[in-house]
Design a protein around this ligand. Structure first.
Ligand code: LLP
Length: 412
């Protein structure tokens, strides 16, 4: 929960100016209350319909956040062995893990089988063969779902749209019945479910329901043909409001509609939300270093850059930027840029915003998802710390990197 009280911007009961002064900038700050509220909105809206909310670890994989979600009962959607390691470190239950992704390596498959994950969301027949061979060697049974590509347009940014047949993801839904049929010859595999995920940052959930209908029809057909099929995995993708005044589909009513549609289907429902749980729960705090003018253009130069938050540079994503303490100056129109040496290093362009001055702190909003996880050491910049606010207190859940961290593992 982020809001102004008077002129000061707060995360829960913590004034962010105080936090920034203590922890330094740039820094990611998360509200534990918002994360839990969003997770529970999913969990509770399912009511008594059997379900698992598998949080998409890729959105924000901090151990403290994973641990908090694990305690609240979450399962996890992972896309690498590294993410499974994090889930295990955080105390997550491997029996509630689904493993997605087009390029699982043999080592990753073995690692996941060794920990008894719930299911693999498989994206090719070669992958099924690999999992079967590995399961045979380990003497275990592997649950799988085919990730079907329903050829539904998610109407979102092309880089994060995944459900059309030109995308690399999934197996065309028309081919799926034959693939499930052929998979019966793999003695170490169990057809646990049907899965799909059509894209991210969807502000209109209609395409998710379109995909749901197709996946549900497939599950019914497979069951009629004698497949065990116990779950339907709808993926993630619900969008969040990045622009002030924009409205995102609320989680509760969305899931209630899913619940009503699937009430009588006899399947456990799995969802894999990431952004809608953590996105609105985080900000990136930065300090204004300089102001400058080049011709007609006004620049606000801050100490956070594209290496800290790449979404504006990579997807032309919009993040609101607000002052941590309001002043009474008239607003300006400026580019908010960082110290990285390229013109693509911007957090906002031609933005009507508060007239912040050197030394002031700003908050780059809605940065809890795909923020820190996509950060890098580009320009040999130290990665920012992460801070978790809990009511009136906060703790550093990841330290700011030090210079020695930059060269760890390197030799002359
Ligand atoms: N499940 C699968 C199989 C996925 O590929 C994704 C996201 C999710 C679940 C979670 O989707 P969400 O609920 O977060 O929309 N870096 C990009 C977003 C990439 C999303 C990739 N897949 C960004 O910053 O917008």
């Amino acid at each position: 929960m982020f809001a102004y009280s008077g002129n000061d911007f707060y995360c829960e009961q913590v004034p962010l100016a105080d936090l920034a002064a203590h922890v330094g900038t740039p820094a990611y700050v998360y509200s534990s209350e918002t994360i839990l509220t969003n997770f529970r909105a999913y969990d509770e809206a399912f009511g008594d319909l059997p379900h698992t909310v598998c949080y998409a670890v890729k959105a924000n994989s901090s151990l403290a956040i994973l641990a908090m979600l694990a305690r609240a009962g979450a399962g996890f959607d992972i896309v690498s062995g590294g993410e499974l390691f994090r889930v295990l470190q955080a105390g997550g239950d491997p029996a509630k893990v689904v493993f997605s992704g087009v390029g699982k390596t043999p080592d990753e498959v073995e690692y996941a089988l060794g920990h008894g994950i719930h299911a693999f969301n498989c994206e090719s027949e070669a992958e099924l063969a690999l999992i079967d061979a590995k399961a045979e060697r380990l003497g275990v049974k592997a649950g799988f779902a085919i990730r079907v590509n329903p050829d539904v347009d998610a109407s979102t940014h092309p880089y994060i749209s995944t459900g059309l047949h030109q995308h690399k993801f999934g197996i065309a839904i028309q081919e799926a019945p034959a693939v499930y049929e052929r998979a019966r010859r793999f003695r170490n595999l169990t057809a646990e479910g049907v899965s799909c995920h059509i894209g991210s940052q969807m502000l209109d959930p209609a395409p998710i329901f379109e995909a749901l209908e197709k996946a549900l029809a497939l599950a019914a057909q497979l069951r009629a043909e004698g497949s065990p099929i116990r779950h339907l995995d709808l993926g993630g993708g619900l969008g969040v409001a990045y622009h002030q005044g924009e409205t995102a589909p609320p989680i509760g009513p969305f899931i209630e509609k899913v619940r009503e549609r699937l009430r009588a289907c006899g399947l456990t429902v799995v969802v894999e939300p990431g952004r809608s749980i953590v996105g609105p729960a985080g900000v990136l705090l930065a300090r204004v270093l300089y102001r400058k003018r080049n011709g007609a253009k006004e620049f606000v130069i801050v100490d956070a850059a594209m290496n800290d938050l790449i979404r504006p540079a990579l997807y032309h994503a919009h993040h609101e930027i607000v002052p941590v303490r309001k002043n009474s100056l008239p607003p300006v129109t400026a580019d908010v840029v960082g110290p990285v040496c390229e013109s693509g290093d911007f957090l906002a362009r031609d933005r009507r915003m508060a007239n912040v001055m050197p030394g002031d702190f700003v908050a780059v909003c809605t940065a809890g998802a795909y923020g820190f996880v996509q950060s890098s050491n580009y320009n040999s910049r130290l990665r920012a710390p992460e801070v978790l606010v809990e009511g009136a207190g906060y703790r550093i859940i990841r330290c700011r990197e030090r210079l020695e961290d930059l060269v760890r593992g390197e030799t002359l």
